[in-house]
Ligand binder design. Structure first.
Ligand code: SF4
Length: 309
């Protein structure tokens, strides 16, 4: 498969099938923290970067098995709204696979445009990024195409919230020493309170970034969340999860209830339940001995699968 990947489990979207609409690495920005690597083609030109017929064919092939998914997600390399066929693909999926919910991970740089707003109508959850509220910080951190203004990004997210029926979960990724100053946080807070997204999700650098930058601790993210005081705030950073301690029998039940619905790798179970990997491993070993779960290989990675009945 060239254009779809996964399904992968994420804390924000659950089990999601990824659809990659632009090749490595075409984007309107070149963020310091990008996990995909440096942008090689920085552009705001919309085009059919990968053939829509190929994407549809792969989706048809995969969805023919009626897999259990929480979302089909437009994400992957680069910025998905750069694909000029996004709207057509959204309509195709809604007409042919109406039971699946659609999500879009976007850097929000094109949302101020009428054609892009039309294309994202029909998507169930849109997750736009907004890392800065001032132009100098936007340019330093996100390194957008020349001439792109952060006020247009903010206006685009505003249009999304006003004109589309989707859930809007705005994500801000904090980078040490760049967008975490009291002034920037205050401005960001004002923008978030004015936009009123369904959720404001705080993240930080968790995987190797394109350029040498550092993330914030959970306590620092929590401090920002408390200062801004937006009601629907979530800290979604990987290292920011508070680990829970659960009695073994309760943990076993939670794991079983998760993997009986869909197989998951150990790491994802640990992330999803907020429990340390060691404790998850111990509970899974017991569940295996009791014959309630088994391990299977998928894409070379071990998954835990619940056995019903
Ligand atoms: S917008 Fe996303 S894909 Fe583009 S450079 Fe930034 S993090 Fe990477």
């Amino acid at each position: 498969m060239r254009y779809i990947f996964g399904p992968v489990f994420s804390r924000r979207l659950g089990l999601s099938l990824g659809v990659d609409l632009v090749p490595h690495k075409i984007c309107s920005m070149d963020c310091l923290y990008c996990e995909v690597g440096p942008t090689t083609e920085k552009t705001v030109e919309r085009a059919e970067y990968v053939p829509l017929s190929g994407v549809k064919a792969e989706l048809d092939e995969f969805l023919a098995f009626k897999p259990e998914l929480d979302f089909i997600t437009f994400s992957g390399y680069g910025e998905p709204t750069l694909h000029s066929g996004l709207g057509e693909l959204v309509r195709y999926l809604k007409e042919n696979y109406p039971d699946y919910r659609l999500a879009l991970l976007t850097n929000a740089t094109l949302l101020y445009r009428d054609d892009v707003i039309e294309d994202v109508k029909g998507i169930d959850v849109v997750l736009p990024s907004l890392d800065a509220a001032t132009q100098p910080t936007f340019e330093k951190l996100n390194r957008p195409v020349k001439g792109l203004m952060v006020d247009d990004v903010i206006a685009g997210i505003g249009r999304l919230i006003k004109e589309c029926d989707c859930q809007t979960w705005v994500e801000t990724l904090f980078v040490k020493g760049i967008n975490d100053s009291p002034e920037e946080v205050e401005k960001l807070g004002e923008v978030i309170h004015a936009l009123k997204p369904h959720k404001w999700q705080l993240n930080t650098v968790a995987r190797p970034p394109a350029y040498g930058v550092e993330g914030l601790s959970y306590e620092e993210l929590k401090g920002i969340a408390d200062r801004v005081g937006y009601p629907n705030t979530e800290i979604v950073a990987r290292g920011g999860v508070k680990r829970r301690k659960l009695p073994l029998p309760d943990l076993k039940e939670e794991i079983y209830n998760l993997v009986v619905r869909r197989p998951c790798p150990l790491e994802e179970i640990s992330d999803a339940l907020g429990v340390s990997p060691e404790e998850v491993e111990r509970a899974v070993e017991e569940l295996k001995r009791e014959g309630r779960v088994k391990e299977l290989l998928f894409g070379g990675e071990p998954y835990v699968k619940g056995l019903s009945g």
